[in-house]
Ligand binder design. Structure first.
Ligand SMILES: [Fe+2]
Ligand SMILES: [Fe+2]
Length: 189
């Protein structure tokens, strides 16, 4: 039976008005043709470039967060707080892992991950920080984590069902940023 809509998964049957879940056959055929696009198929539609751009801003943020935590790790280690310094290092490594996940996804989407150092701090949502005082370091990291949480939450809402793989990656990163913020606010208390 022929249906009326070809681009969405929910299609309405003309006779009964009943909704059925059907794949868009023309998009499946198009997927067979453009193999040079790798993992990028027609369902990405017009959003691919915007998603790559959002991911690149998040990548810049993760790199700046890695640098800030590394700076704090080496500085705090020298000022009597090995436990907190060690936690800064754990966070630094987790931010690096986030950056890697984002860069990998950008490439899968056919984009170029932007690691250019000269523009990093302009593109990052969160700030670098070179505080020498432990409380100030914790506070700067908490501010940065809160910015990251807000940015990832907005990205997840914006992407919605436009790209479920990217959304799942962002959701897993967001969960870890929330853990980071929780730990930091416990230390401030
Ligand atoms: Fe992160
Ligand atoms: Fe974080």
């Amino acid at each position: 039976m022929k249906t009326t809509k070809t681009t969405a998964n929910v299609q309405r049957l003309p006779s009964s008005g009943e909704q059925r879940l059907r794949l868009d056959e023309s998009a499946l055929e198009a997927a067979k043709r453009s193999i040079e696009k790798g993992a990028v198929t027609p369902s990405y539609g017009p959003w691919r470039e915007d998603i790559i751009s959002l991911l690149n801003d998040a990548l810049a943020t993760e790199i700046v967060c890695t640098l800030r935590y590394k700076r704090h790790y080496f500085t705090a280690k020298g000022i009597a707080s090995p436990a907190i310094a060690d936690e800064f290092l754990v966070h630094a490594n987790e931010e690096t892992a986030h950056a890697d996940m984002l860069a990998e996804r950008i490439v899968q989407l056919g984009g170029e991950p932007d690691f250019a150092p000269t523009t990093l701090t302009d593109r990052s949502h969160a700030d670098y920080d070179a505080s020498l005082d432990l409380q100030a370091m914790i506070r700067a990291n908490l501010v940065a984590e809160r910015v990251a949480i807000e940015a990832y939450s907005q990205m997840i809402t914006l992407i919605g069902d436009k790209d479920s793989t990217t959304r799942r990656i962002l959701e897993s990163i967001l969960a870890q940023e929330q853990e980071h913020a929780d730990e930091l606010s416990d230390w401030l208390a």
